[in-house]
Design a binder for this molecule. Structure first.
Ligand code: CUA
Length: 321
């Protein structure tokens, strides 16, 4: 997992993440405009309050000033000036929003799938990867996102993009990365036990590195070692978010080490010996056989894992002895 090092003054400014997309400078400029506007008004209002409190303090009855019944000029000034400032903020924000919502037609299309508790990235060539998004620098990328369970939210602070990821509906965002490097992806919608660990990262790379990466994403092919390929799929599908490969270590689901060939007790009271068929069914129809002491939480991988890739994952689990 990448660690996130906040960058101070210089790239994003004080307290801000690095500016790594074309959206970042304008977003930050608007943020700072609003921040300083508030700071100036706050100082002015508090200063005036203190000053008037001191200046018009009633020292004796003779000191009492006559009450003011209204002042049209003053009221117009304090209505019109903030009104104009609000219009500036609205216009500026709306222009930025419009730009962020409509992806340019030449954008590279990628799909993001959120699930408890990992991200799956699907690339234009059909390749998939878990929790890692690789994009070429200086090219627009459009993300079409959906969730297979609850509501998540996809947030890349360095790009200043964030959007909810919703079941049964697509949401989209786009961005154009401007700095090489690795930036964190956070889920910013509470989605269950391990919401806070639903973290990925975006790698911004050169066009050549991007193409090399895409070629390496394909599933198992001829001559591949099944166990090694199964481990790749295991990483890519984010299985490790819920299943440890350390014997007996419980995350959300049971550990997958020392399962194959061993006795398994299910919640319905039956006991069986884990064989290939048991592993296969646990991946395709996970809720049909829940291990004692665990909740039915796992999504099915039917349609996402089949043929040789499924066989490879099973071989990988078998190898965890
Ligand atoms: Cu997904 Cu929080």
């Amino acid at each position: 997992m990448q660690t996130f090092s906040p960058v101070l003054i210089g790239s994003g400014g004080f307290w801000m993440p690095p500016q790594a997309s074309t959206f970042a400078p304008n977003t930050d400029a608007l943020f700072h405009f609003i921040l300083w506007l508030c700071a100036i008004f706050f100082a002015g209002l508090m200063g005036a309050t203190a000053y008037f409190g001191w200046k018009y303090k009633k020292r004796s009855d003779a000191d009492r000033t006559s009450p003011i019944r209204g002042n049209h000029k003053l009221e117009i000034v304090w209505s019109v000036i903030p009104g104009l400032l609000l219009l500036v903020i609205f216009g500026w924000g709306f222009a930025g929003y419009r730009e962020m919502i409509v992806a340019p037609p030449n954008a590279i299309n990628m799909h993001i799938t959120g699930q408890k508790w990992s991200w799956t990235m699907t690339y234009p060539n059909g390749g998939e990867d878990g929790n890692r998004l690789v994009v070429p620098i200086n090219e627009p990328v459009k993300l079409t996102m959906s969730s297979i369970d609850v509501i998540h939210s996809f947030f890349v602070p360095a790009f200043r993009v964030k959007r909810d990821v919703i079941p049964n509906r697509y949401t989209t965002i786009w961005f154009q990365a401007t700095e090489l490097g690795s930036y964190p992806i956070y889920c910013t919608e509470y989605c269950g036990d391990r919401h806070s660990e639903m973290i990925g990262h975006v790698d911004v790379v050169t066009r050549e590195e991007y193409e090399t990466y895409l070629r390496g994403l394909a599933g198992c092919s001829e001559g591949d070692d099944l166990v090694a390929c199964g481990e790749r799929q295991f990483q890519r599908l984010g299985c490790g978010a819920c299943h440890s490969v350390v014997p007996g270590q419980r995350i959300v689901g049971p550990s997958l080490a020392q399962v194959f060939g061993h006795e398994v007790s299910l919640t319905d009271g039956t006991t069986l010996t884990a064989d290939e068929d048991y592993l296969r069914q646990s991946i395709m129809d996970p809720n049909s056989q829940i291990v004692e002491g665990f909740a039915p939480q796992m999504p099915t991988f039917a349609g996402r894992l089949d043929g040789v890739n499924l066989a490879a994952v099973i071989e990988y689990i078998k190898s965890l002895q």
